[in-house]
Write a protein that binds this ligand. Structure first.
Ligand SMILES: Cc1ncc(COP(=O)(O)O)c(C=O)c1O
Length: 397
């Protein structure tokens, strides 16, 4: 399978722009819950491309759709309708509170669109209001506007001057949100679980309170479900678990099951772009839309989400056991978006120790491990992951 050997890997890495530390591995193929490197070594993958491969690596259903669609129509251009684009938009709208969709290629692009839509709506309906309230530690992407909206302190000094108009307030603090609202505010942009911050859920009363403030002050509620959407939290969308009614929703990651597609969903009352305001060469391309349509139909198929919820509960239980055994910290999250605090042991060392033993985990910071396996993971793989994690923790004690 591999067409590259270890010395080739070392030689060729110099041609890749170094934007993140990477181990000197090169993955050559993947199947289900496993990735394989250039030496043919298997790794159990509890990260799946950062919560992207909802159905695991290279599932047959996606291979089939890609084959069929690539032999039928890859891209007629964004200025024409195509069948997969229409079908996907209909499916997403019929299974949500939204009326219309715009498709892009990454979560950041969907959020950039949401920011633009909220500003356009403010211009048309709120005397030019343009400010958006976002949250400390929140994450919305790496374009200039989405980095400006992001509440990661490390982003603050970067790429100045940023896009203005974002007020960042404390998460789960409703008084802080109300205090930040002024006549120029057009929207509040919220993650229901702050994934990149280490899987920090919004309190239900906080999310309800934010929704109520939006109604009271005539603001748009933008919910960023790039990470939480498409079954990741055990339901198709996380907003339904909070009983709130967003005006704009963004999706990415799991929507494409590994291929690049994202979506911006909204209601008729909010949809106010004029021709030319929003677009992009790849928007709504049939190859990606056909895959996403298949992913959504698998996630909505009978028993899929129940099974995924059961696996999430099984993994959470197992992590509570590990935390107890090794005196680690809190285990939190919903569905298959879970995290465990590692207290005195560095999460980065656990990540490296697990990788050496053939387990891929993610450490969003030095004190937290995040678990975002494929939604169809079973107790068999979870037991294997817990065993490797336990061995690693023993070695670090
Ligand atoms: C909540 C949230 N929004 C936006 C993004 C950005 O998505 P992308 O990396 O596809 O641009 C991410 C990525 O981690 C995310 O977790």
């Amino acid at each position: 399978m591999s067409n590259i050997d270890s010395s080739d890997v070392l030689t060729k890495t110099q041609f890749i722009m170094p934007i993140t530390p990477r181990p000197s591995l090169c993955f050559t193929h993947g199947k289900g819950h496993y990735l394989f490197d250039q030496e043919g070594r298997a790794y159990l993958d509890m990260v799946q491309g950062w919560a992207v491969n909802a159905l695991g690596h290279c599932p047959e259903v996606i291979q089939k759709v890609l084959n069929q669609q690539s032999a039928t129509l890859i891209n007629p251009g964004p200025a024409f309708y195509n069948a997969p684009m229409l079908n996907l938009a209909e499916t997403l709208c019929e299974n949500s509170v939204f009326d219309q969709a715009f498709f892009a290629s990454s979560g950041a692009e969907a959020n950039e669109g949401a920011i633009k839509l909220a500003r356009k709506w403010g211009q048309k309906h709120k005397q030019g209001a343009f400010k958006i309230i976002t949250f400390k530690q929140g994450f919305h992407g790496r374009t200039l506007a989405t980095m400006s909206a992001t509440g990661k302190a490390a982003f603050d000094p970067l790429f100045e001057p940023k896009v203005s108009g974002f007020s960042k307030v404390e998460f789960n603090n409703l008084n802080a949100v109300e205090a930040a609202i002024d006549t120029q505010t057009t929207a509040i942009m919220l993650e229901l679980v702050q994934g990149e911050a280490g899987v920090i859920p919004a309190d239900k009363s906080f999310a309800e309170g934010v929704a109520a403030l939006c109604r009271k002050h005539n603001l748009l509620l933008i919910v960023d479900e790039v990470q939480t959407g498409i079954g990741r939290c055990g339901t198709l969308f996380a907003y339904t678990q909070y009983g709130i009614d967003p005006d704009i929703l963004t999706l990415g990651k799991g929507l494409g099951g590994g291929v690049p597609i994202s979506a911006l969903l909204t209601k008729h009352s909010v949809s106010c772009f004029d021709y030319g305001d929003q677009g992009g060469t790849f928007n709504g391309n049939p190859l990606m839309c056909a895959v996403a349509e298949k992913v959504v139909s698998e996630v909505l198929s009978c028993g899929f989400l129940q099974q995924s919820q059961a696996s999430g509960a099984y993994l959470k239980d197992a992590l509570l056991g590990v935390s107890d055994q090794f005196s680690l910290g809190e285990v939190r999250g919903t569905g298959l978006l879970l995290a465990m605090d590692t207290q005195a042991i560095s999460a980065t060392s656990i990540y490296s120790g697990c990788l050496e033993r053939g387990l891929i985990l993610n450490a969003p910071n030095t004190k937290t491990l995040r678990f975002v396996p494929a939604l169809n993971i079973t107790p068999v793989e979870i037991d294997q992951a817990i065993e490797i994690l336990g061995d690693t923790l023993c070695s670090l004690r």
